[in-house]
Design a protein around this ligand. Structure first.
Ligand code: 5GP
Ligand code: ZN
Length: 113
């Protein structure tokens, strides 16, 4: 997708600190980390958000989600971690390419839910 920064990261037009890659999924460090470890886990296919999951792309999204435990293990997050996805304007989504924030490296005190 043209002008999508995450698609540009996927195709190598923009640099990123990659921590995991398979044929379906890419994970790289967030440029503005909100925790000691903050990684964005994204499908290589351009899907705008969870709101745009359909019968054609749901396997891609599921594979992306399913990669998270291995990524967390590789990052040494043995004590647990947090996964967040923002959806749309009211959800606080800034980049319109589905991404899961994988946050860890500290014990979170603050809770939204
Ligand atoms: P959102 O607010 O859409 O859920 O999250 C977007 C995230 O992407 C933010 O945490 C932001 O720091 C991160 N981000 C935005 N642009 C870039 C970039 O060019 N490279 C990387 N690595 N992260 C980015
Ligand atoms: Zn994209």
């Amino acid at each position: 997708m043209e002008n999508c920064i995450f698609c540009k990261i996927i195709n190598g037009e923009l640099p990123s600190a990659t921590v995991y890659e398979d044929e379906n999924t890419l994970a790289f460090r967030d440029i503005n980390p909100a925790a000691p470890i903050h990684v964005l886990v994204i499908p290589k296919q351009h899907i705008i958000s969870l709101d745009d999951i359909n019968t054609e792309n749901k396997k891609t999204a599921a594979n992306c989600l399913a990669a998270i435990p291995e990524i967390a293990k590789n990052l040494g997050l043995v004590g647990g971690y947090r996964v967040i996805t923002n959806i749309g304007k009211d959800g606080g989504q800034v980049v319109p390419h589905l991404h899961f924030h994988l946050l860890g490296g500290k014990k979170f005190k603050e809770k939204i839910v």
